[in-house]
Design a protein around this ligand. Structure first.
Ligand code: CO
Length: 134
């Protein structure tokens, strides 16, 4: 079952700088800056009442978002993340329905300490989708 919209991710060259105007102009609550070497990104979150905005910045030479930021030097929407109650059941059902799971298909621990998977944009109307166990 599809749960809440956990976050919308915006990829940028400098996550802290990108998040700043959400604090100064919108008064949003901004998280600490957290490096996630396993995902090749640095993250900062702006917390909204009904979801979060995740600012991601490339970390390391092999960052999966390096090319995206190269192509979009001003930043851009990179992915959307939905919560699912059981990530393994959700993955198996997605595969059964013909969706492609990126990487080796095994969930990794994401920015909130919960298992996540990414799904191929071609199967989701051009949007990169992340699912996170709720
Ligand atoms: Co994300």
């Amino acid at each position: 079952m599809l749960g809440r919209l956990n976050h919308v991710a915006i990829a940028v060259a400098d996550a802290e700088k990108a998040a700043k105007i959400y604090r100064t102009a919108f008064g949003a609550e901004i998280s600490a800056t957290v490096p996630l070497p396993e995902h090749g990104v640095i993250t900062v979150f702006a917390t909204l009442p009904n979801t979060k905005i995740e600012f991601i910045q490339p970390l390391g030479a092999d960052s999966p978002i390096a090319k995206f930021v190269e192509r979009n030097p001003d930043g851009g929407i990179h992915h959307i993340c939905y919560e699912v109650p059981d990530i393994i059941a959700a993955r198996d059902n997605l595969i059964k329905e013909g969706a492609r799971v990126l990487g080796d298909g095994q969930p990794k621990i994401g920015a909130h300490g919960k298992p996540v998977l990414f799904l191929h944009p071609k199967d989701f109307s051009g949007a990169l989708v992340e699912i996170e166990q709720s």
